[in-house]
Design a binder for this molecule. Sequence first.
Ligand SMILES: Cc1cc2nc3c(=O)[nH]c(=O)nc-3n(C[C@H](O)[C@H](O)[C@H](O)COP(=O)(O)O)c2cc1C
Length: 330
Amino acid sequence: MKNNPISIAPMMDYTDRHYRYFMRQISKKVLLYTEMVVSSTIKYASKDGRLDKYLGFSPQELPLCIQLGGNNPQELGEASIICQDYGYSEINLNVGCPSNRVQSGAFGACLMKNPNLVAECLLTMKNKVSIPISVKHRIGVDDLDSYEDLSNFIKIVSSVGVNKFIIHARKAWLQGLSPKENRTVPPLRYEEVYQIKKDFPHLNIEINGQIKTIQQISTNLEKVDGVMIGREAYENPWLFSEFDTTFYHQKSNPSSSREEVLLKMREYPQILKNLHLSPHSFIRHMMGLYKGIKGARNYRSFLTEKIQEKVTNEQFLNEFLELNSKFSKQ
Ligand SMILES: Cc1cc2nc3c(=O)[nH]c(=O)nc-3n(C[C@H](O)[C@H](O)[C@H](O)COP(=O)(O)O)c2cc1C
């Protein structure tokens, strides 16, 4: 299978199904990721009929990779079968999250210290399903952060046949830094990711960390197989507006203006009418749509106000489009 060169990173509280549906009005092609779902959550939810809460998505969101968290090979293998049956395109294992909650479960970034266990988890997952399996990890953790350590991790993990690695080009400090600080304080070390691609040319190597512009994406795609974008995709979704034509040779992009995105989102609550969505559940993800253009602040305050007023969807979206037409005349 040919690798998808651009993806939107898994982000807890951000990349839920509503955000992903919204992004699909801007690019149909980039690979989307879910938030991390812990394998034990899937296990328990499968027993009491709550799987949809954690795994449900709209077909429009495809191609879609689910990110799993966990360290129990058997449980991850069983969760993988359920995810494949749900229709996900790929499954990714989280070996990059440094939060205390995740560390107390002994998974996420601390698994970088145990590449053999990561390999065992991935092998079990791979043997259970036919869809691609990948791993997202850091460049290193704590004092285990030399190039040799990174290279050793990839050598062991790839030996079980996993061939897609998404490398967040910063190490993580497991003690003393919050998850947020772990995304800003440790310096970016892109060169090591490029070196991994040179040393493991047969593997799909993707780079992640602070990539924010089309120029940066293009430059990176000359050196590695893929680019994953996190915060910028959330804060500035319109960045992706020409990706389908620029990077995927499509004849057109899904929406030619921000207003078109809003018009499409007006249909969304109707599409998911069984879920009885509150406006807040999807409007909150649309805050960045006008980033960088005149009137963006008015747009954001309008959204915040409406979320607080708890207006109905239809009322909200009609008022919203009216406001938007004012922006477009400015
Ligand atoms: C709010 C937030 C939540 C995140 N949650 C996850 C997660 O669930 N799993 C994961 O692997 N990374 C998570 N990350 C890290 C991102 O996937 C990404 O690796 C990181 O933000 C660096 O990329 P960026 O500089 O393009 O944002 C999260 C990041 C943010 C900002």
